[in-house]
Write a protein that binds this ligand. Structure first.
Ligand SMILES: [Cu+2]
Length: 123
């Protein structure tokens, strides 16, 4: 084996190693690419007879979790009836995932002066 042949052999060895890396990556890549970005979760506190924040803008697919921090029961009831909680006691939670874009106003049916709105927008 002369020097030129050895060089070619080394080059093909490197190419082979590169091929193994590429093939290996191809096996790894699908698993990585199928793990979609997790949808986000946003908390809205219910405290002192108010939703906080009262108004919020989120992306489609966002889950909102309302948590009643008052000593008084409250509800989360949408004006278009697309979601409605039961009466939430202290520390009770209600969650709803907003799949579609739109503006979703809601109130507490026990205290209708308590209002909130969720804007769902592609971001
Ligand atoms: Cu209330």
């Amino acid at each position: 084996m002369n020097r030129a042949t050895a060089s070619v052999a080394l080059r093909s060895l490197r190419a082979g190693a590169l091929l193994v890396l590429i093939v290996g990556a191809a096996f790894v890549a699908p698993a990585a690419s199928t793990s979609a970005a997790p949808s986000s979760t946003v908390d809205i506190n219910i405290a002192k007879f108010a939703y906080a924040p009262k108004e919020i803008t989120v992306a489609p697919g966002t889950k909102i979790v309302w948590v009643n921090q008052d000593q008084t029961p409250h509800t989360v009831t949408s004006n278009d009836k697309s979601f409605a909680s039961k009466g939430l006691d202290t520390d009770d939670k209600f969650e709803h995932t907003f799949a579609k874009e739109g503006d979703f106003s809601y109130i507490c049916t026990v205290h209708p002066f308590m209002t909130g709105v969720v804007h769902v927008r592609k971001q």
